[in-house]
Design a protein around this ligand. Structure first.
Ligand SMILES: Cc1cc2nc3c(=O)[nH]c(=O)nc-3n(C[C@H](O)[C@H](O)[C@H](O)COP(=O)(O)OP(=O)(O)OC[C@H]3O[C@@H](n4cnc5c(N)ncnc54)[C@H](O)[C@@H]3O)c2cc1C
Length: 573
């Protein structure tokens, strides 16, 4: 793809465009450390990185990319690890971090409207000065953007009471892949905003398009941009619910078994409404202990959380938690320890120091099956190298995150061990769960994640909104990968060798020795050998074409189990 950098600079301003190798490569990564093999799917750099600062220039840029057929990848801070912000095709990255203003606060109606690039921490600090806080935010708040978390969906701090971030969003402004602006729900801006007319036209266009297909009439436009990883549009503003910051109290308990801890979680949720609850398992607490002498809950299962309520209700909740923890054989930790665990909610990556690399694997599953899932995970991944934690939701579900310690410098074992990060999705399925996110790496599980009807509806909407498939291509919906030259050579060689071996040993293996006798007599072999080589080359071409036209879904479905098999054969730990 040939890009005219000058034209892009003219649109967004030269200061907001970077074509340096370092920036292009840096933005082509997210929080996960991918093995080199992933380079067969993911490009190692964007064509260029843009950080627009105004809506007008952003709209103009997307109109331009649409006209020129240039794929774009929206990006917040790249703190996710599911590949949603990575380049698959030759594409440009639109980083939203310079569009980060707070546009409107309604202290009485309890709403805030912000630009998508603001980080959760910035927003939180602003709200807390006004006696308000956020119902839900991710533990990556220090870096993660509002747009990135809303585009991904998920649980965070506050989810025990307020659920998925999706339920806290009341309005989204987004630019569609054709450059049209739409506003779903309510977006309020304190300052005069001259985009109202654009938003009206965009909304009318989208409305007309959706009406063409009766199966899409009920489409909730707000939902279209949430948990769809930036595949429908670039989120530019978000309106969120906010809540008054009431009395606050951290709590924590330690347990000898996963079962007793999870029983406590269920009982607390039945009788109280804690703001936040998080658990870490024995293998996780041992790892933190190994790093910090101040941690004294070695090898225990720790439930920690926070209550946010009026004084009276807070007292009742504290009493309940104290009683339930004791009834289940746990020990309530001191206020100091509880505060410590609460402050640790932002640092799940601390155990990386034991790594040196940390491979995340994440699922979402019913609280009732966490104990069994935990046993299976330990069996599959090994206790020593894995730390497990979870964030409790308000709908009987919890996130279940396994941090696998590894060493990416050991290229072969790291590459072969990559399958472990996918194993959790399979295990979760056996326990009534599903992967935590789809984005790129879980495309093979998109049906389980969204459900058949929803995914079919999303696919139809994608066709309408993004017929050229330019907005974050391959994410969620998959498609044909542009496999690297190594994979294509591997495809050719495999096809060639398979065809050759079948011809040479097939007849003997099938017991057709008469055929072998005819083929390998000295006179006939002079004629047969060139034919065998020709058929082998045809086999090679078939192998090459198979890889050349391989879909992402199939590549992952075939490739990941293959890694597991090779790892088993080599008996790698
Ligand atoms: C220490 C740590 C703690 C974490 N804690 C949590 C947690 O509590 N809960 C949780 O769910 N996740 C968590 N995560 C994962 C990640 O931080 C969140 O998903 C986060 O919200 C991603 O935000 P981001 O700005 O980094 O988005 P990115 O990683 O940049 O992007 C994520 C996805 O959103 C898309 N996107 C980004 N911005 C936009 C936009 N403006 N418009 C459209 N699409 C966009 C991208 O294309 C990509 O598909 C954690 C990660 C780390 C490293």
């Amino acid at each position: 793809m040939k890009l005219n950098v000058q034209e892009i600079e003219d649109i967004v301003g030269a200061d907001n465009v970077s074509i340096t190798d370092e920036t292009r490569a840096l933005y082509a990564r997210d929080i996960s450390s991918l093995p080199g093999l992933a380079g067969q799917i993911v490009k190692n750099a964007f064509k260029l990185v843009v950080q627009p600062v105004t809506m007008k220039s952003l709209i103009a840029l997307i109109k331009y990319t649409n006209e020129k057929g240039i794929p774009i990848v929206p990006r917040g801070s790249g703190t996710s690890g599911w590949g949603g912000a990575l380049p698959i095709k030759e594409s440009i990255c639109i980083s939203m971090i310079r569009m980060s203003r707070i546009r409107h606060v309604d202290e009485y109606g309890l709403h805030v409207t912000v630009e998508a690039g603001i980080t959760w921490r910035e927003l939180l600090m602003f709200l807390e000065q006004a006696g308000l806080t956020l119902p839900v935010y991710p533990s990556s708040a220090a870096a993660a953007t509002v747009g990135g978390f809303v585009a991904s969906g998920g649980f965070g701090i506050g989810s025990a009471k307020h659920g998925n971030i999706k339920s806290q969003v009341t309005g989204i402004e987004a630019i569609l892949p054709n450059g049209m602006l739409v506003r779903a729900g309510s977006i309020l801006c304190s300052e005069i905003d001259d985009l109202d007319e654009d938003a009206l036209l965009g909304g009318q266009w989208l409305g007309r398009m959706v009406q063409k297909d009766t199966s899409l009439e009920q489409t909730d436009l707000l939902e279209l941009f949430m948990e769809t990883y930036g595949t429908f549009g670039l989120i530019t503003k978000v309106s969120l619910r906010v809540i008054p910051k009431l009395m606050f109290r951290a709590f924590a308990g330690r347990f000898d078994t996963m079962e007793s801890m999870m029983n406590v979680v269920s009982t607390i949720l039945e009788h109280a409404e804690p703001y936040h609850m998080r658990f870490i398992t024995d293998s996780y607490s041992s790892k933190v202990f190994a790093l910090r002498s101040g941690d004294n809950e070695f090898g225990k299962f720790i439930l920690s959380g926070a209550l946010m309520n009026t004084i009276y209700e807070l007292e009742e909740e504290v009493e309940l938690i104290t009683r339930v923890v004791h009834e289940h054989g746990g020990v309530l930790l001191s206020d100091g320890r509880a505060e410590y665990h609460w402050s640790e909610r932002f640092y799940p990556l601390r155990i990386k120091n034991l790594g040196p690399s940390l491979v995340p694997a994440e699922a979402i599953l019913p609280i009732s099956s966490v104990t069994e899932m935990y046993d299976d995970t330990i069996k599959a991944l090994g206790r020593k190298s894995v730390g497990i934690e979870g964030t409790i939701g308000n709908n009987g579900m919890t996130s279940f995150l396994a941090w696998i310690l590894d060493d990416e410098r050991k290229t072969i074992s790291y590459t072969l061990g990559w399958h472990r990060s996918f194993d959790l999705a399979r295990l979760a399925k056996n326990h009534g769960g599903k992967p935590y996110a789809v984005a790129l790496w879980n495309v093979p599980y998109a049906r389980e994640f969204y459900g058949d009807n929803e995914l079919d509806k999303l696919a139809k909407m994608k066709q309408i909104v993004d017929p050229k498939n330019l907005m974050n291509p391959m994410k969620v919906f998959g498609g044909r990968i542009e496999a690297g030259k190594e994979s294509q050579a591997f495809g050719f060689l495999s096809g060639y060798m398979a065809a050759l071996l079948v011809q040479m040993f097939g007849p003997t293996l099938l017991g057709w020795s008469w055929l072998s006798d005819i083929l390998w007599t000295s006179t006939s072999s002079q004629i047969i050998l060139p034919i065998i080589y020709l058929i082998s080359i045809l086999g090679g071409i078939a192998g090459f074409l198979f890889i050349r036209f391989l879909s992402l879904r199939r590549a992952l479905k075939l490739g990941i189990p293959l890694l597991k098999i090779i790892r088993k054969i080599l008996r790698l730990k």
